[in-house]
Design a protein around this ligand. Structure first.
Ligand code: NCD
Length: 306
């Protein structure tokens, strides 16, 4: 039995297969409409979510399966003091697969150690968010036609943003990917990612503060929100929250075929005027998220569709 804790749990070849399956689902959704008849997905969300939880639920429903779960710690037995390990032992008796989001780094990993069903990490604290990364890889491969030979700018809260941490790990495995980290001093990418993921493999990267300076060289601009819930004080959040606002004026500096991505939710970091720009890919990204989660559920449940 397999779990998904980190995007690196799949080899590059396995990822290719998963993304191929997602593309086939996109083209022929009817083929998959009953693939999970009678199967149940539990969504255990100890932290707020709109897209990820609903995207998992939509994915399972598109496969003909059923869903149940909770959407906040307050509405689960966690409020009574139940441990994640006990909860998952119990859920294993009810469901065939589960997706878990938790504010504590490593909680889904703890669950996977005692679970008798596949556990998917749907975001653990500031650590990882592997299914967002699968979504991002599918979006990039579908819209740019490749996952190698790319210059990707990651902008905003690179310190706490788990989507960034997972995506950098995943893209670092492809040839000739250059990373440009765009952030204020206080929200720089953690040094463990620079050292363990990039420098150890001689992967080129640079760190800048001004988005305008690098815009013309980017193939992808990955915007992120300042992660208010992970700040220790409100004052710092207020000072940093509007540090970057992508608007049409800045978009003029970018390549014609650059794409703008964002895991969403957006706060102020992308002005709504940019939504009309054909290079804005963040809502298409949401749709890819459903296809890739369908592919992931089929893969972890070992359901084959001919
Ligand atoms: C992200 C998350 O939860 O980390 N959202 C998502 O799952 N699409 C990004 C964020 O909350 O900023």
């Amino acid at each position: 039995m397999r779990h998904l804790m980190s995007p690196l749990d799949f080899s590059v070849e396995e990822l290719d297969q998963l993304l191929d399956l997602a593309n086939d689902i996109e083209k022929h959704p009817e083929k998959y409409a009953h693939a999970c008849d009678g199967k149940k997905l539990a969504t255990l969300f100890y932290e707020p979510s709109t897209r990820t939880r609903l995207s998992f639920e939509a994915a399972m429903m598109n496969l003909g399966g059923n869903i149940f779960g909770f959407s906040s710690a307050a509405s689960s037995s966690a409020a009574k003091g139940e441990s994640v390990s006990d909860t998952i032992r119990m859920i294993s008796c009810y469901a065939d697969i589960c997706a878990m989001r938790h504010p504590k780094e490593g909680a889904p990993m703890v669950a996977s150690a005692v679970s008798s069903i596949p556990v998917i990490n749907a975001g653990d604290g500031g650590h990882q968010h592997p299914t967002q990364t699968l979504t991002d890889l599918l979006t990039i491969r579908s819209l740019k036609g490749r996952l190698n030979h790319l210059v990707i700018g990651l902008c905003g809260d690179l310190k706490f943003g788990r989507t960034v941490h997972s995506l950098v790990r995943a893209l670092a495995r492809y040839e000739n990917v250059t990373f440009v980290f765009i952030s204020p001093e206080e929200l720089k990418i953690p040094s463990y990612i620079k050292e363990d993921v990039l420098e150890s493999s001689h992967i080129p990267y640079k760190e800048v503060e001004r988005i305008e300076d690098v815009m013309p060289v980017l193939d992808i601009l990955y915007m992120t929100r300042v992660q208010r819930e992970r700040f220790f004080n409100e004052e710092d959040y207020v000072r940093l929250k509007n540090f970057y606002i992508l608007n049409n004026k800045k978009m003029k500096l970018a390549k014609e075929d650059m794409i703008v991505m964002h895991p969403l939710p957006r706060v102020n970091e992308i002005s709504v005027e940019v939504d009309k720009d054909p290079r804005a890919a963040y809502f298409r990204q949401v749709q890819y998220g459903v296809y890739v989660r369908m592919a992931l559920i089929l893969t972890l449940l070992e359901v084959k569709v001919c």
